[in-house]
Design a protein around this ligand. Structure first.
Ligand SMILES: Cc1ncc(COP(=O)(O)O)c(C=O)c1O
Length: 389
């Protein structure tokens, strides 16, 4: 008989009752060190007191207000994002998928406004993940995601990841946009080299194509900069954000330049819950904490520390691991074994990690993880690896 919960996930037989910082705790009191953070969501750890206060204070005032009215918390969050980034304007969503949908709509509308409604081609890369809506799966195009869900939304063309020659050739078709993650998450913690990011920016400028970055997983301080593209010194035209920005409360956003968002006036898009006061009160608090340069410098320092530990782990278990990749606290262990084996061995050590494609295990701890917890994580990973050797 089918489960009451639609069985679209392979779930581990573990349930958590509460959390504290980098720890997720079962009803029996077993403490798991959480290097998954809800897949890069709990950026400030579990039950962060500042976020609990922001949420509960707002909960005592007003929960929901329609976008038929002004929502001061939404206005403040949008202004904080505009002040901290390339963007001139922001639409607040509830998730990364919704942000991807709006980004796609915005690209189409941009060219519609330019009098070129037929210019709908969006170049993406293999290994991409933008969510599970019909548009997002068409964008990613992987067999695993699209099988059985056709016909797909037209207009997407996937190129091999990092194939700049193929991209240069494809730009001759004057696509509407190039859309990708600066660091692929689900695709296996694959950073786009800074030089390639700059080259894509140049190619977009040359052809007029919009550069659309998906920073749902790699943004909000995860790589040690507020947004990952900042490492390359470039700025996109449109950017999707979600996950970390809500610290665990469902929240996302699309950021855009005024030119990219041209024509997105009243009636062109909407969302009942998007920009809800509860979500935005939390989002503002997350932004206050994460957009601080001292906080980001500490993420970079801890990322380097964790990476050093992981390189030691790889050296100690060359039969299991090939190397470490990623940036800041978005790290991946490239495995010689199936990632699920290491993730499973981690559970036995009360350690949470996340599998990804390309034989990688992802390590995406809360950005607030301490040095001592990083040392403990390395120890537990070593014990997990030893149990597999
Ligand atoms: C890069 C990226 N984009 C989009 C999404 C979809 O976000 P959500 O699951 O919040 O809809 C994800 C989720 O994993 C993601 O990693």
């Amino acid at each position: 008989m089918i489960d009451a919960v639609l069985p679209t996930y392979n779930r581990a037989p573990i349930a958590f009752e509460r959390g504290e910082g980098a720890w997720a705790i079962t009803a029996e009191g077993t403490r798991y060190l959480d290097l998954g953070a809800g897949i890069a969501v709990n950026a400030l750890g579990h039950a962060n007191p500042d976020l609990v206060e922001a949420l509960t204070q707002q909960a005592g005032r007003i929960w929901h207000v329609s976008n038929l009215y002004r929502i001061p918390q939404q206005q403040r969050l949008a202004e904080m994002l505009v002040d901290a980034t390339f963007a001139d304007t922001v639409f607040v969503t509830n998730s990364g998928t919704e942000a991807a949908e709006l980004a796609i709509k915005m690209v189409r509308h941009h060219w519609f406004e330019q009098g070129q409604p037929e210019r709908i081609g969006i170049i993406t890369f293999e290994g991409a993940f933008h969510g599970r809506s019909t548009g997002a799966i068409a964008a990613a195009g992987s067999e695993k995601m699209v099988r059985g869900f056709g016909p797909l939304m037209p207009g997407f063309r996937q190129l091999p990841w990092g194939d700049m020659e193929a991209l240069r050739a494809a730009m001759a078709d004057r696509p509407a946009a190039v859309m990708f993650e600066p660091v692929q998450g689900e695709g296996g913690i694959r950073p786009m080299p800074d030089g390639d990011l700059r080259e894509i920016r140049r190619l977009c400028d040359e052809t007029g194509a919009l550069m659309v970055l998906d920073e749902v997983q790699c943004g909000m301080g995860r790589t040690g900069r507020l947004f990952a593209h900042e490492w390359a010194g470039i700025a996109p035209d449109i950017m999707m954000v979600a996950k970390g920005i809500g610290g665990g409360f469902p929240l996302g956003a699309v950021l855009a330049t005024e030119a990219a968002a041209a024509g997105m006036g009243a009636g062109t898009h909407g969302s009942t819950y998007g920009g809800n006061p509860l979500a935005c009160a939390v989002g503002c608090k997350v932004m206050e904490i994460v957009a601080d340069e001292a906080f980001l410098a500490d993420v970079r320092r801890k990322g380097a520390l964790f990476r050093q530990r992981l390189e030691g782990l790889v050296a100690a278990h060359p039969d299991l691991f090939k190397g470490v990749r990623g940036q800041g606290l978005m790290l991946g262990l490239k495995c010689r074994i199936a990632p699920a084996e290491l993730v499973g061995a981690g559970y036995a050590q009360h350690l949470l990690t996340v599998p990804a494609a390309d034989n990688v295990v992802r390590l995406l701890p809360p950005l607030t993880i301490t040095d001592a917890e990083i040392a403990e994580a390395a120890l537990r990973l070593d014990q997990a690896a030893a149990s597999l050797a």
